[in-house]
Design a protein around this ligand. Structure first.
Ligand code: GDG
Length: 506
């Protein structure tokens, strides 16, 4: 077996410059954690952009960065500011991201940005081709790199290529509006195996392939250029033990060791007997339903005034893509709404919304997860949503209630949460009341099931399942040689959790 080449826009290391010196930190995101064991322990390299533009580099800095990256088995694709503006901030985040999240009115299609997207994808493909050897397998991630599979395949027809999309794949009626739809689909079809978080996204992709490319599509298989491309769903998990153990540590630590945030939260809970905390954590992104959340919370306070002066909504919104205009507008709207609600309802003793617009260290994230009563996660669209899973993993006493949007991929596996439609404020208000008043036994019985499932379907298992499926595909020993029906497909591969899960949304 050769090595595994992981390819993603960003590397698992965050490189930044401070006073002309480089700082390297481990990335804390789900992808970096999920692939950590495969990357650290196995024979692998990780290709991506370091976070530093070519303009910021000089030969001495380059040497230092390369040394750090080599030690972490990473290799950088160098991008200049113009490429970042057009490929990342432009095409990826102004065209693909809104379109794939059903925000058609936000999607801009600029042909010079499309050209930059193609050129940068080619740069990634070239870097992979430079590193690839016989017997290697390549795993490409996400919407920034959708053309890379084909670009590699064109030069190296035999190599094993997997592609995973972390965001939703939209329905055909949305996707068909995309000006370069054929090229994008063909780009993905360079892979042997294409993975999505849910069966719905898989279905949407198959439908677009069939109707736009007129290809022969059956169940989880597509006949393309004399080979079979397999498509399946692999719902991404989290590092359950990391969150559970951190939460346990936080709960049991001496008062003196607690963070000032945890002390203040606990103090608040102890001094006001009926106090309850609702948390929400997300990037400041229009897909996450932040204005809806605030408006629904206002509706809740109006409809159920008995919760006034008792319940707080803690909103941690992390700055994101703040040089894209829609994100600036969203920030302004959020600031205004929070100001309005707090202005309208606050008393000397009570402010309904505690709003943080910044990133917090992991330890504070755990403080929030462990000290809240309810998590309100209400994206308008979300590929998966790992925050919902992290909240559940952090509830070591198995209490607490998750209120989750049915538009998040995570909802497909978390039916014990209270599921809501993020546009139905009436329903959100009623559900918040239900959550805040839910008897502890019921909280525990729901949490118990959720935790068991999450612990089993960890992020390590997700990565393992995907790579096993990629090997399977290459060995041509499984499902997709036009199996007669989907039940047979499931049965054939029942040793592998990934395929079993393809049926959960049906
Ligand atoms: C994309 C898809 C899909 C958040 N605030 C802080 C912080 N976080 C961490 C959370 C969580 C991660 O960021 C956010 O992950 P999500 O899944 O919720 O959302 P996206 O960033 O939009 O991710 C999404 C995901 O890819 C994986 O496929 O689930 O649907 O949109 O891990 O803990 N971490 C720290 N401080 C913060 O303030 N340390």
């Amino acid at each position: 077996m050769g090595k595994t080449i992981i390819v993603s826009n960003r590397l698992p290391l965050q490189v930044s410059l401070r006073n002309e010196e480089i700082e390297v930190e481990q990335s804390v995101g789900g992808l970096a954690t999920g692939l950590k064991s495969i990357h650290d322990e196995g024979n692998s390299i990780w290709i991506g952009w370091s976070g530093i533009t070519e303009e910021e580099l000089n030969p001495e800095l380059s040497q230092k960065i390369n040394k750090e990256l080599r030690a972490a088995k990473c290799d950088a694709v160098h991008l200049n500011q113009d490429e970042i503006d057009k490929f990342y901030l432009g095409f990826s985040n102004k065209s693909l991201w809104p379109l794939f999240h059903y925000f058609m009115e936000y999607a801009e299609f600029d042909s010079s940005e499309w050209e930059a997207y193609k050129a940068v994808n080619q740069k990634f493909a070239d870097k992979v081709l430079e590193k690839v050897e016989d017997g290697d397998r390549i795993w490409i991630h996400d919407y920034q790199l959708m053309l890379v599979p084909k670009m590699i395949r064109d030069k190296n027809p035999d190599v094993a290529i997997g592609f995973f999309l972390h965001i939703p794949f939209p329905s055909y009626e949305i996707f068909r509006t995309f000006p370069w739809r054929e090229e994008l689909l063909k780009g993905m079809l360079g892979a042997d195996l294409i993975g999505f978080h849910t069966y719905d996204y898989e279905r949407h992709f198959m439908s677009s392939v069939k109707r736009i490319l007129n290809l022969e599509v059956k169940y989880s298989a597509i006949k393309y250029r004399d080979k079979t491309v397999r498509v399946s769903s692999f719902p991404m998990g989290i590092d359950f033990d990391k969150f559970y153990n951190a939460a346990l540590r936080h709960k049991n630590q001496d008062f003196g060791n607690k963070s000032s945030m945890l002390k203040r939260l606990e103090d608040h809970i102890e001094t006001s007997e009926e106090a309850q905390l609702i948390i929400s954590i997300d990037r400041m992104d229009y897909t996450k339903g932040i204005p809806n959340r605030i408006k629904a919370f206002e509706h809740f306070l109006n409809k159920y005034p008995q919760f006034k002066e008792k319940v707080h909504l803690i909103m941690l919104t992390v700055p994101s893509r703040s040089n894209v205009p829609q994100y600036q507008l969203l920030k302004r709207e959020t600031d205004e709404l929070v100001g309005q609600i707090n202005g309208k309802f606050s008393t000397v003793n009570w402010t309904p919304i505690w709003y943080f617009y910044r990133s917090m260290p992991f330890e504070n994230l755990i403080d929030l997860y462990v000290s809240s009563d309810v998590a309100l996660i209400n994206p308008l669209r979300d590929g998966m949503n790992l925050v919902a899973k992290e909240f559940v993993a952090s509830r070591v006493n198995q209490d607490g209630v998750l209120v989750l949007s049915e538009m998040a991929g995570a909802a497909k596996e978390m039916s014990e949460a209270l599921l809501i439609n993020p546009s139905n404020f009436e329903q959100i208000a009623d559900t918040l009341k239900l959550a805040l008043e839910m008897p502890v036994e019921e909280q525990k019985s729901r949490m118990n099931i959720l935790q068991k499932r999450l612990k089993f379907h960890s992020v390590e298992k997700w990565a393992e399942d995907f790579l096993i499926a990629l090997d399977d595909t290459r060995n041509k020993n499984s499902l997709f040689e036009y199996a007669p029906d989907k039940k047979n497909i499931t049965a054939k591969t029942s040793g592998n959790g990934a395929y079993k899960k393809t049926s959960f949304a049906e």
